[in-house]
Design a protein around this ligand. Structure first.
Ligand code: CP
Ligand code: NVA
Length: 339
């Protein structure tokens, strides 16, 4: 397997074998890190991280992953570069591609990460757009594999905004690796039919199943994994909160829902999560909407504190795995096969 010079923009561009290879490479890098074995094999390279949106996990995973590989790094935040203000994304790509060996982009438009990929001449990695979040899926699937030992045939249910970057990417990843994916949400929050059809075609080859339902008990009955994400994503206007709370507060992941899954089921979330009043936004939403939507009165939104803090919750293992998997993506696309 050789992925050198490839972009990592959407999982749709990768075969099941290539995705599996990236997960296997992540396992190897994680083991080496735990054993204290250094892997600074890219010390002649430098990479740049472009962030138009906030981040904790993704930014730190790229930074630590790159440092572990021996690379030099530059972080450019929302106000740190000329990109898309005084300079087009295409020109930015051609400038950065002459200085750096790889470029990470987190932002709004999928078009922008694609333009970077088209014009930079070096590997471009998608650290989240409005449409996709592919590096997150590698971490999620590594976590599932660590816990269950396999991925094919896992009963995976995503509850919430199924047409956001996480819903789209988890469906694609499930189709590629043969999971039984169910999306649970009101119909208006299901992905574009066109993307569902693409995934159904992939599923025919891999044995995956792709289903959607509005019925949260049907959709979570005897499943292995219940996954959720925030109800309003970065970049969406504040005005959508009222509608989204009406649509999704009935779908809050609580203990009753977890009890409907298998006894061995796990809870997953890409994080950050609203599971209490410990955040400014959690406080804000609960004070503005708590009367109308009692479920969010104490700052718990997509998941209750009880579930997030339960033994079934694997969210921090999942968060750690962002680093091992992102490191694998950088290593695989910047070098020949790593032994
Ligand atoms: N899961 C994730 O992408 O987290 P950050 O927004 O903190 O990067
Ligand atoms: N859907 C979320 C994912 C965060 C990792 C967002 O885009 O804000």
């Amino acid at each position: 397997m050789n992925l050198k010079n490839r972009n990592f923009i959407t999982l749709l561009d990768f075969t099941p074998e290539e995705i599996t290879y990236l997960i296997t490479l992540s396992e190897k890098l994680k083991k080496e890190k735990y054993e204290g074995k250094s892997h600074k094999v890219l010390s002649d390279k430098n990479v740049v991280f472009l962030f138009q949106k906030d981040s904790t996990r993704t930014r730190c995973a790229f930074e630590v992953g790159a440092m572990d590989l021996g690379m030099g790094t530059t972080y450019l935040g929302p106000n740190g570069s000329q990109m898309n203000k005084k300079e087009s994304v295409k020109d930015t790509a051609r400038v950065l591609g002459r200085m750096y060996d790889g470029i990470e982009f987190r932002g709004y438009k999928q078009l922008h990460v694609e333009q970077l990929g088209q014009y930079a001449g070096v590997p471009v990695w998608n650290g989240l757009t409005d449409v996709y979040h592919p590096t997150q899926i590698l971490a999620d699937f590594l976590t599932i594999k660590e816990i269950f030992g396999y991925l094919k045939g896992i009963k995976f249910t995503y509850v919430g905004d199924s047409r956001n970057n996480m819903g789209n990417s988890l469906m694609i990843g499930s189709a590629k690796l043969g999971l039984n994916f169910t999306g649970v949400a009101p119909k208006e929050l299901w992905p574009d039919q066109e993307l569902i059809d693409v995934c159904l075609e992939i599923a025919k080859e891999t044995g995956a199943t792709i289903n959607f339902t509005e019925d949260k008990f049907l959709g979570t009955k005897d499943v292995d994994v219940i996954y959720t994400d925030v109800w309003v994503s970065m970049g969406e206007p504040k005005e959508v909160w009222n509608t989204r709370l009406a649509q999704l507060s009935p779908y809050q992941v609580d203990t009753e829902m977890m009890n409907n899954a298998k006894d061995t089921a796990i809870f997953m979330h890409c994080l950050p999560a609203f599971h209490g009043k410990d955040t400014d936004m959690g406080k804000d939403i609960s004070s503005n909407f708590g009367t109308k939507f009692p479920k969010v009165a104490n700052g718990e939104m997509e998941v209750t504190d009880e579930v997030l803090e339960s033994k079934q919750s694997v969210v921090f293992q999942e968060a750690e795995n962002r680093m091992h998997t992102i490191k694998a993506v950088m290593l695989a696309t910047l070098s020949d096969t790593y032994e």
